[in-house]
Design a protein around this ligand. Structure first.
Ligand code: SF4
Length: 359
């Protein structure tokens, strides 16, 4: 948004004094000094960031979890997306830099990291030497103290068996993919220029389930993309039913200026978008509930995150597959790996009882 709107933000929100892009935030202290000294607004969206993010690992919002940027930009050209225009081409950080940052995080008490990339399976392609996300996962796995490694966002067109095998074999790699499908209709996928078809997506899911036992998959969907017919939408519903995602995020299409899709007529009425949104959410809710019910009686491993937001007398954590789990324990289990026997659930939450390792 900063890169796209720039000075326009000052007009729309007059109290704002600084607009800072994703590639400039490390200079934040200097920008603040400049504003204080000059009493002028600052726009910094010029991408001066070097590839090496020499970050102070102690400055993070969560003691036990951290995001680690492994690449920037995107070489895809999805027609609705601003990223290729605002963040440029794919650039990967060297493995050694990432391992170094992860080590410093682990030494500082961080247990879980999430590797960030727009299409994270494309990691290492720009090196041209066979380095891929699997190689990175295997190196990060060796870091003492680190317990879990996650990575987002997955792009089906870049997923290889080598990466999937690494996820299955690396003990610390969590069995979870957030892999947006966006639509189940080939016609819409083509108009979105997503670079894969429905069959290709389903095939990646099948290979993931074969090579990574227990893996769960989450997706994003866009409803009401220009020209999306009722038949196209039904294809999306049927993809949801076929794949049975753990969870899904649904977005109503809205045009973004500067993107190729902005030139297409936004021809799906808002009430139709709202209805499709609701149908997908309800479908996913039923599937999530069915899947969670099937987990009742099983044991899951969670990383404690502190008191539950809805009930402070209980604690919550995330399973390896990123499901929310709530449990009671007299001790504060924040930052501990806890084993739970699942006893009850809703579509979004598992409720469990702490079990000892022998159970
Ligand atoms: S939607 Fe994702 S894959 Fe497509 S252009 Fe945007 S960032 Fe790249």
């Amino acid at each position: 948004m900063a890169q796209r709107l720039r000075e326009e933000i000052f007009q729309r929100a007059p109290h704002v004094e600084l607009v800072c892009g994703t590639e400039d935030f490390l200079q934040l202290p200097e920008f603040l000094e400049e504003i204080e000294a000059e009493h002028e607004r600052v726009v910094a969206v010029y991408g001066q960031l070097s590839q090496t993010l020499d970050r102070d690992v102690s400055l993070r919002p969560d003691r036990y979890h951290a995001y680690v940027s492994v690449m920037r930009g995107c070489d895809k050209r999805c027609t609705y997306c601003v990223v290729p225009f605002t963040r440029g081409a794919e650039r990967s950080r060297p493995v050694a830099d990432i391992v170094d940052e992860a080590k410093r995080l682990a030494d500082d008490g961080c247990l879980e990291i999430t590797l960030l990339g727009q299409t994270v399976e494309a990691y290492g392609k720009s090196f041209g030497d066979g380095t891929d996300l699997g190689v990175l996962l295997r190196q990060l796995d060796a870091i003492p103290g680190l317990q879990r490694i996650r990575f987002i966002t997955s792009y089906p067109g870049e997923m290889t068996d080598s990466i999937l095998r690494a996820i299955g074999e690396v003990p610390k790699a969590c069995e979870y993919l957030h892999m947006p499908a966006q639509s189940g209709s080939d016609r819409v996928l083509r108009r979105m220029k997503r670079g894969y078809r429905r069959d290709g997506y389903v095939d990646v899911v099948a290979r993931a389930r074969e090579l990574v036992p227990g893996i769960e998959i989450a997706s994003d969907f866009i409803v009401g993309f220009p020209g999306e017919s009722d038949e196209d939408f039904q294809e999306t519903v049927s993809l949801m039913e076929e794949v049975r995602f753990q969870n899904a995020f649904v977005f109503r299409y809205s045009p973004r200026s500067g993107t190729p899709a902005h030139r297409l007529r936004d021809d799906i009425p808002e009430e139709v978008k709202a209805e499709r949104n609701e149908i997908l959410l309800r479908t996913q809710e039923r599937i999530s509930l069915e899947k969670n019910r099937a987990r009742v009686g099983s044991i899951v491993e969670v990383l404690g995150e502190g008191p539950s937001k809805k009930d402070a007398s209980r604690q919550m954590g995330r399973t390896r597959t990123h499901a929310i789990a709530v449990f009671r324990d007299p001790r504060d289990r924040t930052g501990e790996i806890v084993r739970l026997r699942v006893e009850d659930c809703t579509a979004l939450t598992l409720f469990g009882r702490v079990v000892d390792s022998a159970e």
